[in-house]
Each structure stands twice: as structure tokens, then as C-alpha cells.
Write a new protein. Structure first.
Length: 289
């Protein structure tokens, strides 16, 4: 895979730090755990598509498409139209193309692109969707203005984004264990990252400033699945880059105690049908006038 800096010379990038992360370790991790991440967010994905109401003839733009699961689903529904998936991760896009070819999908394509500045064909899409891929823009007003130009008049958006940390048990509990008594910095709503669109008033301001109408936020409180059982969930969470990073500076005794607490956590949330923790997201919908 080309180095992020080499690729950035050929692709216009505004969100340089995000591009370096997603075209590096973050993208590699998501590719490695592709199926697990899809399973974790399965209920959220179903809610997204129920609201998006894709039609057979639609042209769909999928922002932050990752390994392309949502893009492929959109392309299958839009059988007489098509879908374009964009992402910052070269490796994830490569996997997306492989999966699409294996399924024989011919109405789908992928581009490595920063949606904040990418020159989309104006008025080319009926609908833009995203499953947790639109919270990372350094200038969200500019980004959603740019996406809006790509939509036809009356075109719609349906985006999933996380609510604040306090509403997301799965992240809160995990970081509580991994903090191991340390006072770790907490991600702030409104900054590029998981909680970039967590504040509903900020979301309405951003989309209003970007020229959208009928901006609505629907509460999506669905559990996330961390694993099929406690052991599976522990193995998954233990392997994550964020876990390895937070354990790196701990001494051996504290590391062992923290891992034991992590195993207790996955055991506590094992329902017998999987390890589920509560989550809260916004399903943001809006329309280009």
C-alpha cells in the first residue's frame, strides 16, 4: 500500500490528521476486524436503511464507506441506479472493491476521497448516507455544503453519528476499565472524532449553515454486540489498538489487573446470546431545498 503522504499528493485532502490515521493503523485495524465491526453495528445499519428508503433507480453516495458493506447494500437496492463509496483508507477501499467484485456488483464504485473537498459531480446523487463516517471533518459546514452540491434538488441525507459519551455505555464502560485509575482526557463534542456531531443543537446549526432544510435528529438507542460470548468479546476488545495503546504505559501488575477487569466486564454483559452494551446515536436526516 502506498504511504499516506504519497497518496495525499494525488488526492486533495483537507483533514490531514484523519487521513493519516485512517490510511494507516486505524484503517488496517478496521479491515482486519471488518466482519466484527459490521456485526457490532448491525442494528444501527438496519435503522439507517429503514430511514433512507433507497429506491431502485437512486444514485447513492456513501460517505466514510470503509470496507463497503453499506455501499454494497445500497447498490443491491438501487439496482437500476448505483452507489459510490468514498473513504480515506486505501486498504479498506481495496477490501471494498474485492467484496463488490466477488458479489458481481456492476453498479458500484469506490474513490479515495476527503468528502470535505472532493469534487463530486454536481447534482449527481439522490441520496447521501453514512454509518458513523461523517463525524471527523475539521470544517463540517464546508464538508456538508460540498456534499449538498453533489445532491440533486430535493436530494436527501441520512447519517448515523454517536451521541455524547455519557449516553454510550459501551464506550464509557470500556474506557472506565482501561483508564486503570488514571484521569484520561475525554473526547469533546464538536471536535473531529467519534463525538463530532454529538450535540443536537450544533448539528442543526451545521446543517442549516450548510444549506439544508428539514433537519431532523432521531434517537437510535440500540445495543452494540461486542462478541458472541464473554471470551469472544474479551479477545476482540483486547486486540484493539486503543486497548493496546492504553495498556502500553502500565506496569505488569496493573496491566494484569486491568485485563482481569476487562474480562469481568465482558462476562457481566454476556446475555447468553451475545455480549451487548447499550449505545446511543443520532440518525440525522435533511434535504437539499
Amino acid at each position: 500500500m502506498a504511504e499516506p503522504g504519497d497518496v495525499a499528493q494525488r488526492v486533495q485532502i483537507a483533514n490531514v490528521e484523519q487521513a493519516a490515521a485512517w490510511d494507516g493503523d486505524d484503517g488496517d485495524e478496521w479491515t482486519e476486524h471488518e466482519e466484527r465491526y459490521n456485526r457490532t453495528a448491525e442494528r444501527h445499519t438496519n435503522r439507517l436503511f429503514a430511514t433512507a428508503q433507497i429506491r431502485p433507480g437512486d444514485a447513492v453516495l456513501d460517505i466514510g464507506c470503509g470496507c463497503g458493506a453499506t455501499t454494497r447494500r445500497a447498490a443491491r437496492i438501487a439496482s437500476e441506479g448505483g452507489a459510490l463509496g468514498v473513504d480515506l483508507s486505501s486498504r479498506m477501499l481495496s477490501r471494498a472493491r474485492e467484496r463488490s467484485a466477488a458479489e458481481g456488483l456492476t453498479n458500484i464504485r469506490f474513490e479515495r476521497a476527503d468528502a470535505q473537498v472532493f469534487r463530486f459531480e454536481e447534482g449527481a446523487f439522490d441520496l447521501a448516507i453514512s454509518r458513523f463516517g461523517v463525524m471527523f471533518f475539521g470544517d463540517p459546514v464546508a464538508a456538508f455544503t460540498n456534499v449538498g452540491r453533489a445532491l440533486k434538488q430535493g436530494g436527501r441525507v441520512a447519517f448515523l453519528a454517536w451521541q455524547p459519551l455519557a449516553n454510550n455505555e459501551w464506550i464509557r464502560e470500556l474506557f472506565g476499565v482501561l483508564a486503570a485509575g488514571r484521569d484520561l482526557p475525554r473526547p469533546q463534542p464538536g471536535t473531529p472524532g467519534m463525538f463530532g456531531l454529538a450535540d443536537p443543537d450544533d448539528v442543526r446549526r451545521i446543517f442549516g449553515s450548510a444549506g439544508y432544510a428539514e433537519v431532523e435528529l432521531e434517537d437510535v438507542s440500540e445495543p452494540v454486540m461486542a462478541g458472541t460470548d464473554a471470551d469472544d468479546a474479551f479477545d476482540f476488545v483486547r486486540s484493539l489498538g486503543v486497548t493496546r495503546g492504553l495498556l502500553r504505559d502500565l506496569d505488569a501488575e496493573t496491566t494484569a489487573r486491568t485485563l482481569n477487569n476487562l474480562r469481568k466486564l465482558t462476562t457481566a454483559y454476556d446475555t447468553g446470546q451475545g455480549v451487548f452494551l447499550n449505545s446511543a446515536a443520532w440518525l440525522i436526516t435533511a434535504r437539499r431545498p
